[in-house]
Design a protein around this ligand. Structure first.
Ligand code: C2O
Ligand code: CU
Length: 492
């Protein structure tokens, strides 16, 4: 079977036959919530390990952080300095790794960049995360850590090098906690007949760039590869269920798929109440029936399961409304919530939240930088930013520490991209010339940018000088050059 992301439609499965996930699976395995690590000095060993992903047959051998996929969830109080030592005991063919804490603000040498400060095989590297911003504790956030090795990010994520990282601020807002605060990592994979990971690149030719030289392999050289799996997994399990009480839950939704986007919804039409992005709480809760998340986007939502005992609510991904511009989403069922019994609920839905001050155009913008995202799989041009494909020795833009810049993300290609900027806390200033929707008025690090769309974002550069990255978080695009570098210079 093959997958086609229709330029203006839904991601559809062609061929129907062998190995394609049924749209309505049976929910036969309990959801696994990854174990939590919370000390100030943590150790995580990267190693190959068996993971029980599918309900029947052998376990799947994966490359893991600490023996599981997702790896352990790291949970830390904001402002508490945290050091994580990652040791690379992966098989020889894995090579060197680079661990990126996505969404966090930290020095470039601890950023897990694609080409420097690598974790070589048999060696360890300690990453230093102060969890502060401008000298103050970071907002409570939902970050995640994943491999970022140049040219191999798609492969390494596909193989399982992914985990979640929660930053809490200890403020008592009476949001659901404990077993009612559930992080959910969504990702798709394909399997061989004996449940092992299938080659993610089977859907198209591979392309690599080395030292700025493009090297095409495969029969139709242009980079039309699309890493999409036949099965969609939640916390590393296929079609899991979670027993819940008839109370309010906090779900932290993360799309950790290499390429695929989802439009999350609940099967009985009950809404999500979005309280935050991946980078902190909003100013006020937003009621939403559906939530689109592309690769690496996160949403912090409340779901109220009050009502009848015995009801079953399925978390699904549904088609986008007709006429929605850009690339479609995948349609599927993901997991089931089973309401087992009534229980006390002391949680509260706050009327306002301690989100960032309202977004307004920063008054003192020192510089602007425009990105044109382009490349077209049909015509065969490479993926790039401003006419250039990624080269690890070229600096594309320079900014001064302490300055505020406004960057314009402009999509001149004919498919949607999900653009991620490292290092700072970004505000969405304008989306297509208009005030962004209410759920996009918090802090962000990854934006959906549809064809023809223009998204203006702004940030003040704080604390760290040195090189950082901007790239499309569809991992095939990132590995194939839709990435650029910027450098934060000391103040003049
Ligand atoms: Cu989540 Cu540069 O990546
Ligand atoms: Cu892209």
């Amino acid at each position: 079977c093959t997958f086609h992301p229709h330029m203006r439609g839904t991601l559809v499965v062609e061929g129907g036959g062998g190995g394609v996930e049924p749209v309505r699976p049976e929910f036969r395995q309990p959801l696994v919530v990854p174990r939590v690590l919370s000390g100030s000095r943590l150790r995580v060993r990267m190693r190959e390990a068996p993971v029980r992903v599918l309900p029947d047959g052998p376990a799947t051998r994966m490359w893991t952080y600490g023996g599981s996929w997702p790896g352990p969830t790291i949970r830390r109080r904001a402002g508490r300095h945290t050091r994580v030592t990652f040791r690379n005991d992966l098989p020889r063919r894995a090579g060197a790794m680079s661990v990126h804490l996505h969404g966090d603000h930290h020095a470039p040498e601890h950023d897990g960049q694609p080409q420097t400060h690598l974790v070589r095989r048999g060696k360890a590297r300690t990453y230093d995360y102060p969890l502060t911003f401008g000298g103050k504790p970071e907002p409570s956030s939902f970050f995640w850590y994943h491999d970022h090795r140049m040219d191999h990010t798609t492969r390494n994520n596909w193989r399982g090098l992914q985990g979640m990282f929660l930053v809490t601020d200890g403020k008592d807002l009476r949001l659901p906690t404990g077993v009612r605060d559930v992080p959910l990592l969504v990702g798709d994979r394909s399997f061989t007949d004996d449940n092992q990971l299938a080659n993610p690149f089977a859907h198209g030719p591979a392309m690599h760039h080395h030292g700025g030289k493009m090297m095409f392999t495969g029969p139709n050289a242009p980079p039309n590869d699309i890493t999409v799996g036949t099965h969609v997994l939640v916390n590393g399990r296929y079609a899991p269920y979670l027993d819940v009480t008839a109370t309010r839950y906090r779900l932290r939704l993360l799309n950790a798929s290499p390429f695929t986007a989802y439009n999350f919804a609940l099967s009985d039409g009950r809404p999500f109440v979005q309280i935050g992005t991946g980078n902190g709480l909003l100013r006020e809760p937003v009621v939403r029936d559906t939530i689109v998340l592309g690769p690496s986007q996160r949403a912090d939502v409340l779901v109220d399961f009050h009502g009848e005992v015995g009801q079953r609510v399925v978390l699904e991904s549904v088609p986008l409304p007709p006429g929605t511009p850009g690339t479609g989403v995948r349609e599927t069922s993901l997991m089931e919530f089973r309401v087992l019994r009534k229980a006390d609920d002391r949680s509260r839905l706050p009327a306002s939240l301690p989100g960032p001050v309202p977004v307004r155009a920063p008054s003192r913008v020192s510089k602007t930088w425009t990105f044109d995202l382009h490349g077209n799989p049909d015509t065969g041009s490479f993926w790039g930013i401003n006419g250039k494909t990624f080269v690890d020795t070229r600096m594309d833009h320079r900014v001064r520490l302490g300055s505020t810049e406004r960057w314009r993300l402009r999509n001149t290609s004919d498919m949607t991209h999900y653009v991620h900027i490292h290092a700072e806390q970004w505000r969405t200033v304008r989306r297509d010339g208009k005030r962004p929707p209410p759920w996009e008025r918090g802090l962000e690090d990854t934006w959906r940018v549809d064809p023809g769309e223009v998204v203006d974002v702004a940030a003040r550069f704080e604390d760290y000088t040195g090189p950082f990255m901007i790239h499309c978080h569809m991992l095939d695009h990132e590995d194939h050059g839709m990435m650029a570098r910027f450098e934060v210079l000391p103040p003049r």
